[in-house]
Design a protein. Structure first.
Length: 630
């Protein structure tokens, strides 16, 4: 018997009793046991047994735990044979820990340390019921937690059409690209055949709170026939009902029984205690106003990464962006950027309004320009028609922009150095939005972040351009825009030369997705093809894109932090890769002396609890060191 519900943690008597039997008989089903309470139960058979059991429970709680008892009754007297911690799921564990702390039996810190941060996933996302039948037909990497049931679709257009009809759908792709983001917004889950834990699909799905499985290499997609074919020969056509379990990495046929997500009072109380205990900030990666609203609801300390390129894929601006890319000279390119300026400014105004009073770190345009162009011949023809250009012109420009290895090509700061007018437009949009928002309420001080930096000269060039724009805006508006300028450290050279970069920067934000990729020489999009075997054979203790590689990448972070602070003692250090939502990585950042971590909005509660635990552990270690020193 136990005195709490194992699924909610609320006070409730649960258990079974079997007269004239041995202790385990009731559990193994040798004979049908009776309930503890209710009609035909132990309560009616022996009325004074229940108060005795409740008394034992109250006494045992003083040991700081809720127990499950094995007991016997003789002549109306209850005797306890054994006691083990009561069964509980993740949600019940939070309620039990909070109740024990509020009763004064354990401290708030003890309650925080008892909860595994990743277990909060069950509070944040729907899950498949524990005892539900699972007809698994594929397994991949668990890229974004939670589970969802929907009908299969194969294109973002089909996903948006399903959403318009009010139908839940699951977007299935070989891999996703920025063009698929609108379809991902419309879907309830995403499944890709390729990709790793920091692939495009994984990162965007975590930001949206969508269940996602990537790297499901044991299925085939026939895009012409619009079917999924599993290893065992089963075929799932468009419209088939499947379930994607992003917590386990399983893809399931049909619709298993689900448990809904619940953010109850116990969860809210635990998070309040976590915020009081932690000494490292937790920000969110948020690219749009809708992302920012979710982040604000999760009580973040600000936005640590706003990827501005996602704003350009909206339907009302993608063709304007493409017009800029297709421009043959600076004059026409500036004309297109002038059209983009009010759109970008409006986004920043809304973003700043939502996050008023909190820091917002805006990353300037990062991806290579070819990502904004359509890939198919049909898409290029449609673009050519919209631009009133020969399709050959569009195809020639796409070919001109194509790169052998685009993620190591003309992207990030390299765009800012060679095509400075793009960053100038974005800086002006930031400054004008700041001025508009600051006319009322608490002031906003945006943080402008330069991506993919490797040399301080890159920072100097971009910084001079941004400062020039700031002076122009000051002359036009009558006051100087306040802002902070920093860099995203995501190349090994940037980490090694952090002392140089710190002299021109007010903050260093470590983009550990790309830094891990470049340190290992390992594609984060392709790693899923072999990562499981590497972990199983002990090559890696864990997927380095999932939990920070302390020995390699971690050493680069420590070196960069030390060199950056030596050159600029007041510099702010943050981490904005997906590792910011991994508890072990958060612990490392606390030890390394970082000021904050930033992660996807739906991983913020996990990071808040992990940050609290890291602070509590560090405080305890300091106290022990002081006692030993004394």
């Amino acid at each position: 018997v136990q005195m709490v519900d194992d699924t909610t943690g609320v006070a409730k008597i649960r258990g079974r009793y079997l007269p004239q039997s041995q202790g385990q008989d009731a559990l193994i089903g040798a004979r049908k046991p009776m309930a503890i309470t209710g009609e035909g139960s132990l309560e009616t058979l022996c009325a004074n047994a229940l108060p005795q059991l409740v008394g034992y429970d109250k006494a045992a709680r003083q040991l700081g735990e809720v127990f499950q008892f094995e007991f016997t009754i003789e002549n109306g007297v209850v005797s306890i044979l054994d006691a083990v911690p009561a069964k509980r799921n993740a949600r019940a564990a939070v309620r039990i820990a909070v109740d024990l702390a509020q009763s004064g039996i354990i401290s708030h810190k003890d309650a925080l340390l008892r909860i595994e941060p990743r277990s909060l996933i069950e509070h944040l996302h729907p899950q498949i019921a524990k005892d539900a039948a699972r007809d698994v037909f594929s397994t991949g990497l668990p890229a974004s937690p939670g589970a969802a049931v929907g009908r299969v679709v194969f294109t973002p257009q089909a996903a948006m059409a399903a959403q318009a009809r009010g139908e839940a759908c699951i977007l299935v792709r070989n891999e996703t690209s920025p063009e698929d983001v609108r379809g991902m917004h419309a879907a309830v889950a995403v499944l890709t055949l390729r990709g790793g834990m920091t692939s495009h699909a994984a990162v965007i799905a975590r930001g949206l709170g969508l269940p996602c499985v990537v790297g499901a290499a044991d299925i085939r997609v026939d895009s012409m026939a619009k079917t999924i074919v599993s290893d065992d020969g089963r075929v799932f056509g468009e419209g088939a009902t499947i379930c994607v379990d992003g917590t386990s990495g399983q893809v399931i046929s049909g619709a298993p029984v689900m448990n809904v997500a619940v953010l109850d009072a116990a969860y809210e109380t635990l998070m309040e205690w976590a915020d009081a205990a932690r000494t490292i900030g937790v920000r969110a990666n948020a690219d749009t106003p809708s992302d920012a609203r979710v982040a604000r609801d999760f009580k973040v300390d600000g936005i640590g990464l706003c990827r501005t390129e996602h704003m350009f894929f909206e339907p009302d601006r993608i063709n304007v962006m493409r017009e800029m890319i297709l421009s043959e000279d600076l004059v026409s390119r500036r004309a297109a950027l002038k059209l983009l300026l009010p759109m970008q400014r409006a986004d920043f105004v809304e973003l700043f309004e939502i996050m008023r009073g909190l820091p917002v770190t805006i990353r300037l345009l990062d991806p290579p320009l070819h990502e904004f162009l359509p890939r198919s011949r049909t898409g290029m023809q449609e673009l050519a028609d919209a631009m009133d250009l020969p399709v050959e012109t569009v195809m020639a420009r796409a070919a001109e922009l194509a790169e052998v290895n685009p993620m190591l090509g003309k992207r990030g700061v390299r765009l800012g150095v060679t095509m400075p007018e793009i960053y100038e437009m974005q800086a002006r949009a930031i400054f004008e939005a700041t001025a508009q928002v600051n006319q009322s309420g608490s002031a906003v001080v945006p943080e402008i972040m330069i991506p993919l930096v490797s040399a301080n000269r890159e920072v100097e060039l971009v910084k001079s351009r941004i400062e020039a724009v700031a002076k122009q805006v000051e002359a036009e508006l009558g006051h100087a825009p306040a802002y902070r300028l920093g860099v995203m450290v995501e190349t090994p050279r940037a980490a090694l030369r952090a002392g140089d970069l710190a002299q021109s920067s007010e903050f260093l934000s470590f983009g550990t997705n790309d830094l891990t990729q470049m340190t290992y020489g390992l594609s984060r999009d392709d790693a899923g093809r072999f990562m499981r075997e590497y972990v199983q054979q002990g090559v890696f203790a864990e997927d380095p894109f999932h939990s920070l590689d302390i020995e390699g990448v971690g050493e680069l972070l420590l070196m960069a932090a030390a060199r950056g602070r030596e050159a600029n003692p007041g510099i702010t250090l943050g981490l904005c890769g997906e590792h910011g939502g991994d508890p072990a990585s958060v612990q490392f950042c606390k030890v390394a002396g970082f000021d904050y971590v930033s992660c996807s909005p739906f991983r913020v509660p996990i990071a808040r609890l992990a940050a609290a635990q890291a602070s509590i552990i560090a405080e305890s270690q300091d106290e022990n060191a002081n006692r030993n020193g004394a």
